[in-house]
Design a protein around this ligand. Structure first.
Ligand SMILES: O=P(O)(O)OC[C@H]1O[C@H](O)[C@H](O)[C@@H](O)[C@@H]1O
Length: 524
């Protein structure tokens, strides 16, 4: 049965239960029927289901569910060491210890609890732990499930020892995927990584996205805060947003290593991918104080009609035909062509990066003037879009684009403009600068003061809506134009200093469909 979020009792939605070994576990539920299960063994989230009841985390069918052996799957916490570079057991001891429920944790930001089911866990070292790692600490973990089904893990490490200590940390996240050969990871392109399969030698990622054809065991360094994992087979996109975790570890054992692992099925490597928010390259050195690490993950379906500020993956044509898919994650909007047709490569065909900062070039006094007959707004918004086409054999045709910009929750008009049509050549990048403005536009007094306050405190959010159309050309064959709407924004002026606006794409209308190598024909 579904419940409205307004009457949902989040506290009552937390169930304390036991697994079949008698180990305590906690089940979190949201009003729409999504759930997360956390074991006190390892503080490990080992199940996360969406509102359709689909499991989003991988757990090995041969998993050993008995302490001290941890289950292979879910989200083990690796602390105070990741991997085997240190004096401790592989991935540290936190994942194999029994944690306790923390009834009275130090407060976290209200966003970490408001409108969410959550549980706080605590790990303190035992006498035995102190013998192999002689530092007193408190490791806290809050696992929360939001009303929209998003899962978040927030960890805090407190040094309660007299001396500083160093540690590494990862959320070793086993994502469930349809088939590893249908998966790509975006957000790691052009970054340096340490390759665990080559004695941690440093390389630079050359691909436009990470795809999988053999064993991968890497730590990507200084990564953006949002990484997208696109599962074409299941038409699902996971977006991992991380905070305090500069690195991302990526692991798939592939065939040979799978057969060598006792707690992993021979073929199970096809169904999983580990993508971990991590701090590995430069371990944290903590004085007697606290540090904090957070990941939030969502896993959205192609046809999901959720809030517009989320990631979507859309299939606009039935299988067997060429079709455009669109996917987005924070700061990046991408169009790509799936591998199914074989005649074209599956590469990100275009990336649009939008950065509306700085949005205002004038001081607040300049841009808003109060006159006797009302409040008038004068403002300018500048955005830069970079269109990249890394393909060797695909050309993009963009129709005329209509751009509208607004500010704040009241969607105050910041002006509109039109960009001329253009063609994006093979392996080419086009930079577009978009400027819109309003001059002495009458607005409500209340809205004017609100915008001024939010501008001064840098809490103002600016949104941009681009309506355009896109067609593809491959070897002289052109598709018709597909209407596309790109919405970017949702980030405050303050956040634009270190974060890109979020973008979502939705297709407006499919005019033509084609089969590669054939003439285009009108859509039904
Ligand atoms: O077998 P585990 O100790 O759980 O480790 C599983 C994997 O975790 C990480 O991804 C490491 O980088 C890999 O080298 C390791 O094989």
């Amino acid at each position: 049965m579904r419940h409205s979020a307004a009457v949902w009792d989040y506290r009552a939605a937390i169930e304390h239960t036991k697994d079949w070994n008698g180990m305590d576990q906690v089940v979190l539920r949201n009003p729409q029927g999504a759930s997360a299960r956390v074991s006190l063994h390892g503080g490990q989230v080992f199940s996360w289901r969406n509102e359709q009841g689909e499991e989003l985390l991988f757990t090995s069918s041969k998993g050993i569910f008995k302490p001290p052996k941890q289950v292979r799957g879910g989200i083990p916490i690796c602390f105070p060491q990741f991997g085997n570079c240190g004096s401790l057991e592989q991935h540290g001891f936190a994942r194999s210890k029994v944690w306790t429920v923390d009834d009275n944790p130090p407060p976290l930001h209200p966003n970490d609890s408001h409108g969410k089911s959550f549980i706080d866990l605590l790990l303190k070292p035992s006498e035995e732990d102190l013998k192999c790692w002689p530092y007193s600490f408190e490791l806290r973990l809050r696992v929360s499930l939001a009303a929209n089904g998003d899962l978040a893990l927030t960890s805090r490490v407190r040094n309660i020892d007299g001396k500083p200590f160093s540690f590494s940390f990862t959320y070793h996240t086993y994502l469930s995927v349809s088939d590893i050969s249908e998966v790509r990871v975006e957000g790691l392109e052009t970054l340096d990584y340490l390759d665990n399969l080559r004695q941690r030698e440093r390389f630079t990622e050359q691909g436009d996205a990470l795809t999988f054809e053999s064993e991968v065991d890497r730590v990507y360094l200084s990564c953006p805060n949002a990484i997208a994992i696109l599962d074409h087979g299941r038409k699902r996109t996971y977006v991992i947003r991380k905070d305090g975790l500069p690195d991302v570890a990526v692991w798939n054992p592939w065939e040979k290593k799978s057969k060598a692992m006792a707690d992993f099925g021979d073929e199970e490597y096809k169904k999983m991918l580990c993508v971990d928010g991590a701090v590995v390259e430069k371990p944290v050195t903590l004085k007697p104080e606290q540090s904090k690490f957070k990941i939030a993950i969502n896993g959205r379906q192609a046809n999901e009609t959720s809030s517009p500020k989320t990631t979507r993956l859309q299939r606009t044509q039935p299988p067997g035909k060429a079709y455009l898919e669109t996917a987005t994650h924070k700061g990046i909007a991408a169009f790509f062509i799936p591998t199914k047709e074989k005649t074209v490569q599956a590469l990100p065909s275009m990336l649009m990066l939008l950065n509306p900062s700085p949005c205002y070039r004038h001081s607040p006094d300049d841009y808003r003037r109060r006159r006797s007959d009302g409040t008038y707004l004068t403002a300018k918004m500048v955005a830069r879009i970079e269109v990249r086409n890394p393909n060797e054999n695909i050309i993009y045709h963009f129709g005329e684009s209509k751009v509208e910009t607004t500010a704040g929750d009241d969607e105050v008009n910041l002006g509109s403009t039109t960009l001329p049509e253009f063609t994006q050549g093979k392996e080419n990048t086009t930079s577009l600068e978009i400027e819109t403005s309003v001059n002495n536009e009458l607005i409500e007094d209340g809205i004017g003061s609100k915008i001024l306050d939010q501008f001064t405190s840098k809490k103002l959010k600016v949104d941009m809506d681009v309506k355009t159309s896109i067609g593809i050309g491959v070897e002289g064959v052109k598709t018709g134009l597909l209407g596309v709407e790109v919405l970017c924004g949702g980030v405050t002026l303050k956040e634009t200093n270190n974060e890109m606006p979020r973008c979502i794409i939705s297709t407006l209308k499919c005019i033509h469909r084609v089969k590669w190598g054939q003439e285009s024909s009108p859509a039904e």
